[in-house]
Design a protein around this ligand. Structure first.
Ligand code: ATP
Ligand code: MG
Length: 416
């Protein structure tokens, strides 16, 4: 045989099957179901966008744009980027399709995202998110509604224990600017102890020092100026309306005054649901208000708020749902039986009953296979029995076996 080296999977990507896939699918299905209760409309946006869609909206100095994007020049010479997040692409779609006429729009979606990060548990280069956005709503109730929906999702996934909603406000543009100046002053006076990365942030985006993962930086951040001292009365009022709506809905939350999000576009509400069960990768869901983003993309000022959650991280936290096996497995014994089994199998499936066929090996092997697949029943078909127009149906949970006429198979299976 020629000496061909089998290619490896790309670093930071995963092939998902079995229990991990069951959990993954359960997260997506639960999200889709709950989005419907809240009146969200499903949307699909492209995996690729013009690089400027992300560069302009996320902020040039963010980690995602400066270090993590998968960007390439396509054959036509355009700079294209594999989406690192949903919000910018959905906002672009809102503008290019003239969805302003439908505002406020509640949109939800899920799919793969790409970031060139150092792969580790809970952190991949291709990962997946569920995402919910309300575009064209300036009211704090929109923020609250999204948070209430996120809370319900985590509850229904049965992972809300130990997950805490960390809530902050970044204020309006005036509050944020005043706070920013105070932070620059403060961090300037700690220049010699800041990490190299944070020194760089000090030049470009000082708020993000608060998001630093370095322990030394975090210590300095403990005494940094807090947004509360700079909030305008309007911004205070906005935040108070969000929190009183949460209290009314009995959502527990904790104020985290140093919570800033990794991307530049946030205003007012910023939040993360954080668990202590995933080590350093503890943020399972995050988001906030991004009133300035659509303007940065060249649209009219449009208030908006949204969140996203990593499907893999949620899937790691949930108990794998019980895998349901097929309703039945056909075991034909003999050549004639096998041909008859194909006809019966097709008929069963056309009645929306799940079924498979075990046609290899001795009887014992085939029964083992049916048990391993967690089938509810097996249909054993011997040539003699078939000649009489009958098969044997065995209920695998009760162990009961009975002979039934072929024309009664569907009815018998529907009763199981
Ligand atoms: P982190 O601080 O963990 O890097 P982030 O602020 O970059 O997170 P967001 O951009 O807010 O994350 O994305 C929202 C969610 O998507 C995160 O809370 C996390 O669950 C998930 N996520 C982000 N990056 C990755 C990744 N590389 N692999 C797996 N999940 C991820
Ligand atoms: Mg990140």
């Amino acid at each position: 045989m020629a000496n061909i080296q089998t290619p490896n999977a790309v670093r930071g990507t995963q092939d998902i099957i079995g229990e991990a896939q069951e959990s993954f699918a359960h997260v997506v299905q639960t999200f889709e179901r709950i989005s419907r209760y809240y009146g969200f409309e499903a949307v699909q946006v492209p995996v690729i966008e013009q690089t400027s869609v992300f560069a302009r909206s996320l902020g040039e100095s963010t980690d995602v744009v400066s270090k993590e994007m998968y960007s390439f020049e396509d054959r036509g010479g355009d700079s294209i980027t594999l989406r690192p997040e949903f919000t910018a692409g959905i906002s672009r779609a809102f503008l290019t399709n003239g969805w302003q006429q439908h505002a406020p729009m509640k949109l939800s979606g899920h799919g793969p995202l790409f970031r060139y990060e150092r792969p580790q548990k809970g952190r991949y280069r291709q990962f997946h998110q569920i995402d919910a956005e309300i575009i064209g709503a300036a009211e704090p109730l929109a923020d609250a509604e999204l948070l209430i929906m996120a809370d319900q999702l985590l509850r229904e996934l049965k992972i809300s224990d130990g997950v805490i909603l960390n809530l902050n406000t970044l204020g309006d543009a005036n509050s944020r600017d005043a706070w920013r100046l105070a932070l620059i002053d403060y961090f300037q006076s700690h220049k010699d102890t800041l990490s190299k990365e944070s020194l760089d942030r000090l030049e470009r985006n000082p708020l993000r020092i608060l998001d630093s993962k370095s322990a030394d930086d975090q210590k300095i951040c403990e005494d940094a100026p807090v947004i509360d001292d700079y909030l305008t009365p309007e911004a205070q009022d906005f935040f108070a309306q969000v929190t009183s709506a949460l209290d009314a809905a009995k959502i527990s939350w904790t104020r985290n005054a140093s919570l800033v999000r990794g991307l530049d576009y946030y205003r007012h509400t910023a939040f993360e649901f954080i668990t202590d069960r995933l080590g350093a990768q503890g943020t399972v869901l995050g988001g906030g208000r991004y009133d300035g983003l659509i303007e940065n993309l060249g649209g009219a000022a449009t208030p908006a708020v949204g969140w996203a959650a990593g499907i893999e991280r949620l899937a790691m936290l949930i108990d794998t749902p019980n895998k349901t096996g097929p309703d039945t497995i056909l075991i034909p014994l003999g050549d004639a039986a096998q041909t008859a089994a194909i006809a019966i199998l097709s008929d069963i499936r056309r009645h929306h009953i799940s079924a498979d066929m075990a046609y290899k090996g001795n009887m014992k092997k085939r029964m083992q296979k049916a048990n391993a697949k967690n089938a509810k029943s097996v249909i054993i078909m011997g040539d003699d029995e078939l000649e009489r127009g009958e098969v044997s149906l065995k209920n695998l949970s009760s162990g009961q076996q009975e002979s039934i006429a072929i024309e009664n198979i569907i009815a018998a299976l529907q009763k199981l």
